[in-house]
Every structure is written in structure tokens, then in C-alpha cells.
Design a protein around this ligand. Structure first.
Ligand SMILES: *Cc1c(COP(=O)(O)O)cnc(C)c1O
Length: 372
């Protein structure tokens, strides 16, 4: 082994000298460490699977041919997804290693020089980050004060920036609300590019754009199974017309969804009702959690159609730290976006976790209201 001689070109290479300036300027997506904590920060399903189903997973995993590359077409899994997702006939699906990967794939596909990715703010931060990764120009149109779509502002921005790609999270993250469906329809009709309705929280919501696929030539619907209880498997999909998906398939890395993910997800989707029942329980507990937050002094809550609740309160940063000291991890959104000043986001957990969270919240609020 010889190292690079002092005056060789190799000796002068550093990340700062080599990497794109826009990558150097990015802040890394921060995942909080959480060993031993009550984890209510990442919209995960808090329930384990029934023992019988876990044993079936063990069997499926034992029989999986992990020495072989996965089925690149993933035909078995795709058929299951179509069957459980209410896909209109003639529509197809593209699979992603989580839906984050699909956002990236879509951006890569449309990223001609100067192309614009448009979304709303505040919303899912990966839209903006992936626009940066792929060299797209990002436009974020502010939501109104109650986090509704500002339709005139949206239509104006669409006219002005001619976005190649629009992402609308439905329900929105981190605000939790469903946007007005008629306003979304107007946006789709006015868009000169693709509109992707991101239904990461479909299992907890009262509405979906899936049935609208095929009514608009530029509409795609994206979903993930992460929030339903498969966050660790990494599986998302994009649903839409074959004309779009056949082109986008060219950009998908052939083995992006592994053997174990395919096998286990296919099995779990054969038992979709188990997961939907857990989602139903989470929706029930969301009502309880919302009522308790409403009943907590100084807290302002926002309505949620997702498995989390956004709320605002004085000294949110300190209350967040107080929760952490008490072993409860939620998400601090204060300082991220001006509209989210003093906002925190809690994922709906088990009934017991929700109670522990409320108790810790009340104690933290009390502690900091004493301090002043
Ligand atoms: C969580 C989330 C995703 C990404 O989920 P994956 O785990 O990558 O499938 C996409 N969109 C929104 C709005 C989300 O909240």
C-alpha cells in the first residue's frame, strides 16, 4: 500500500474541493437517536404484528432465495398492491424503496435545466431537499394561516413558474389536514406538468385521489406502506397511467425492492385487514389524544386526518426538551418554518403511550410555566 505522494493531484482532493457547492450547503436530514424512549416522532405504527403472522414471516424469510437477485418486475407484489389499493382498471404501479425514492425518481425524470418542482409550505421537507439533490428549482407556495391551500396563490405560481412537477401531500405532513379536493382538482387542471398526490397517510384519511386516476392525464398518486406498519421494509408505490410509468421505469434501479421486502410485504398485504384494523385503532385513539390536547392549557391543536397531531404552545422548544427528559420523543418543528413557530408534532401511539405522553406534556408545561 502506498499513499498519494505529496504533490500528486490525489493529495489535493477534499470533499470541499470536489463536491457540488449546493450539496455542501445542504443540512443533512436529522434522525433523532431514541434508545429506550417512547417513540412518537416518526409516524410509525406502534403495534407489533400478531404472533401467527410473525411466524408466517419467519417461514417466508427462511424460504426466500436471498442468494438471488429479487424479481425485478415484482409481479406478485404488484398484483397484491393493485388488489388492496382500489386502483382503477388500466392503471399500473411502480415500486420504490420507500416513497422517498419515488420522489427522487420523478425529480430525476423531469429535471431539465431550469425545471421547477413546486409544492406548498409547510409540507414534507423531502420535496425541497430532493429538488436540490436533482438540481431542480424549488418553489414553495405558502399555505394560508389555517394551513389550507391558497388557491389563487397556487394558480398564480403555476402560471408564473410552469412547474414540471407538483407535489401535494394529502393529508399534508406536518399539518395533518386534507386540502380541499375541489382546489386540488383546479390545480391539476391548471398544471402544465405532473401533479403527484402523495397519500402517505391514506390509511388514516377520509378521502383519496386514487379513484380520480385516469380522469386527468397528468395526475399520479403515490403511497407508502411505511405509516401502515411496514416502515422497516421500505416500500412505496406510484400509481398512474402506463404511458407515464413505462417511461419512469427506465430510471428505476432494477433491484430497488429486495427479496425480503417483496416476500414479506406480499404476505402482509394478504393480511391487509390486520393492518387496517390497527389503523382503525389509531384513528380511534387520535380522537382521544386530540381531546386531551384541546383540554390542555395554552395548547392550540390542528385537525388531523393522519396518524399524528400538530399542536402549538408557548415555549415549545423547552416543552419538547422536557418531554425528552421524561422519556417521550416527539418532533419539534419550531424554527423549521415561520408558520410552524412553537409547533410540535406527536404521532398517535398505543393508548398507554398516548397517556404517558399527555402526562409528560402536562408536567413539562407546568415546569416551564413556573420558570417563566
Ligand atoms: C413519510 C412520508 C413519505 C415517505 O415515506 P417512505 O417511508 O419513504 O415511504 C412521503 N411523503 C410523506 C408526506 C410522508 O409523510
Amino acid at each position: 500500500m502506498s499513499s498519494a505522494p505529496k504533490n500528486s493531484p490525489a493529495a489535493a482532493v477534499t470533499p470541499e474541493s470536489l463536491l457540488r457547492q449546493d450539496i455542501l450547503s445542504l443540512h443533512a436530514y436529522h434522525v433523532q437517536p431514541s434508545p429506550g424512549m417512547i417513540k412518537l416522532d416518526a409516524m410509525e405504527n406502534p403495534y407489533p404484528l400478531p404472533q401467527a403472522l410473525r411466524e408466517k414471516i419467519a417461514q417466508v424469510a427462511a424460504n426466500a432465495e436471498i442468494n438471488r437477485y429479487p424479481d425485478a418486475a415484482a409481479s406478485g407484489l404488484k398484483e397484491r398492491i393493485k388488489a388492496v389499493s382500489g386502483l382503477p382498471a388500466e392503471m399500473d404501479v411502480l415500486l420504490g424503496n420507500g416513497s422517498d425514492e419515488i420522489i427522487q425518481l420523478l425529480a430525476m425524470a423531469v429535471a431539465k435545466p431550469g425545471a421547477v418542482l413546486l409544492s406548498v409550505e409547510p409540507s414534507f421537507v423531502m420535496y425541497k431537499m430532493i429538488a436540490a439533490f436533482t438540481g431542480m428549482n424549488y418553489v414553495g407556495v405558502p399555505l394560508t394561516e389555517d394551513f389550507s391551500l391558497d388557491l389563487p396563490a397556487m394558480l398564480d405560481a403555476i402560471k408564473r413558474h410552469q412547474p414540471a412537477l407538483i407535489f401535494l401531500a394529502y393529508p399534508n405532513n406536518p399539518t395533518g389536514n386534507l386540502f380541499d379536493a375541489a382546489a386540488i382538482a383546479e390545480i391539476i387542471a391548471a398544471a402544465p406538468g405532473l401533479v403527484v398526490v402523495d397519500e402517505a397517510y391514506y390509511a388514516f384519511a377520509s378521502d383519496s385521489f386514487m379513484p380520480q386516476l385516469g380522469r386527468y392525464p397528468n395526475l399520479l398518486v403515490m403511497r407508502t406502506f411505511s405509516k401502515l406498519g411496514m416502515a422497516g421494509l421500505r416500500l412505496g408505490f406510484l400509481a398512474g397511467g402506463k404511458n407515464w410509468l413505462a417511461q419512469l421505469e427506465k430510471l428505476r434501479l432494477p433491484y430497488n425492492v429486495g427479496v425480503l421486502t417483496q416476500a414479506v410485504a406480499e404476505l402482509l398485504l394478504q393480511h391487509h385487514e390486520v393492518l387496517l384494523q390497527q389503523a382503525e385503532q389509531i384513528k380511534q385513539d387520535r380522537i382521544w389524544l386530540h381531546e386531551r390536547l384541546v383540554g390542555t392549557v395554552d395548547v392550540r391543536t390542528y385537525p388531523s386526518e393522519a396518524n399524528f397531531i400538530l399542536f402549538q404552545l408557548p415555549r415549545a422548544g423547552k416543552v419538547f426538551a422536557g418531554l425528552k427528559q421524561r422519556g417521550v420523543l416527539i418532533k419539534n418543528l419550531d424554527g423549521g418554518h415561520p408558520a410552524l413557530t412553537d409547533c410540535l408534532r406527536v404521532t398517535v401511539g398505543t393508548a398507554e403511550q398516548n397517556e404517558q405522553f399527555i402526562r409528560a406534556l402536562q408536567e413539562s408545561i407546568h415546569q416551564y410555566s413556573q420558570e417563566k
